[in-house]
Design a protein around this ligand. Structure first.
Ligand code: ATP
Ligand code: MG
Length: 265
């Protein structure tokens, strides 16, 4: 289960600075308050792939950190499966990180970490092999992360996420820094993986095409203090193709304009 309900969520950071002695203005002493998220309301269904878009600094990572329980909200409620989020939950939520692999463990050992509950060595190994094959890393089972390319490291991280089998997977810009072809390949792998596991996935991207190709649900956040400017279910058939679906192409142009780009490329 990976149903998420967010009601009237708000988040304010207080940036305290060192000030010269004698400054007795209480507001200055308290620090500068920055309201990042304001009255965010969202309903995310179990199994949805939700893509978040929005300008840099609008609070996408903050929102995902609050959902993951890494940071408290200042107001409102976040519920996962009907339970309020009060802190991180390693069993239910997996946060995909660029360098989330343990460097002293091989690919197989890293992937096997999520399968520690399987007492039978052979069935554990069989599953490790299956997940490694799913991300096309056969032959690299006994390599350490430093012996893999950046793209391979992220695929190994995907296999690790598959092994953990969480209710919710959170990916904050998982394709950033990858070359174009690796980006496309990995996008395809994430889409296939989602079709296979059908778990709730929350993905932040700066790439409109990623959101339209991947998402079952797209959420656009406006600039600070951030509110939801678009919350839309995408029910276009898959595999998606801009040329074959004029409606998808129109939405693409609309999103470009919405994010301040006048000429969609
Ligand atoms: N721990 C913190 N203390 C103070 N301000 C913070 C903190 N974390 C984030 N902020 C501020 O909150 C705002 C939103 O940050 P956040 O990282 O969530 O943005 P983002 O949408 O993920 O941006 P990007 O697309 O560049 O990753 C920014 O103005 C940032 O400076
Ligand atoms: Mg961010």
């Amino acid at each position: 289960m990976g149903r998420i309900t967010i009601q009237n969520l708000s988040k304010t950071y207080i940036n305290r600075r060192r000030f010269p002695r004698g400054d007795d203005d209480p507001q200055v002493r308290q620090g500068e308050r920055i309201t990042v998220l304001k009255d965010i309301n969202l309903e995310i269904e179990n199994g949805e792939m939700v893509c978040f878009l929005g300008p840099s600094g609008c609070g996408k990572s903050t929102l995902l950190r609050i959902i993951a329980g890494f940071e408290p909200a200042c107001g409102g409620v976040v519920q996962v499966n009907g339970q309020p989020v009060t802190g991180p939950s390693a069993d239910h939520i997996f946060v995909f990180q660029h360098s989330g692999l343990f460097p002293w463990m091989t690919v197989a050992e890293n992937v096997g970490l999520g399968l520690r509950h399987l007492k039978n060595h052979h069935s554990r190994q069989a599953q490790v092999t299956e997940f490694i094959e799913m991300v096309e890393l056969e032959g690299f089972e006994h390599h350490y992360p430093r012996q893999l390319s950046g793209g391979m490291q992220r695929r190994a991280e995907l296999a690790r996420a598959l092994a953990v089998n969480p209710d919710i997977m959170i990916m904050d810009e998982p394709f950033s820094g990858l070359d174009f072809l690796t980006h496309m390949k990995m996008r395809e792998e994430v889409v296939n993986m989602h079709a296979f596991i059908r778990k709730t996935m929350l993905l932040v991207t700066h790439n409109i095409d990623d959101a339209l190709i991947m998402g079952d649900h797209i959420v656009i956040l406006g600039s600070s203090p951030t509110a939801v400017t678009m919350d839309r279910i995408l029910d276009f058939p898959r595999p998606r193709n801009f040329e074959k679906s004029p409606e998808l192409g129109r939405l693409r142009s609309e999103l470009f304009l919405m994010l301040g780009i006048n000429y969609a490329v």
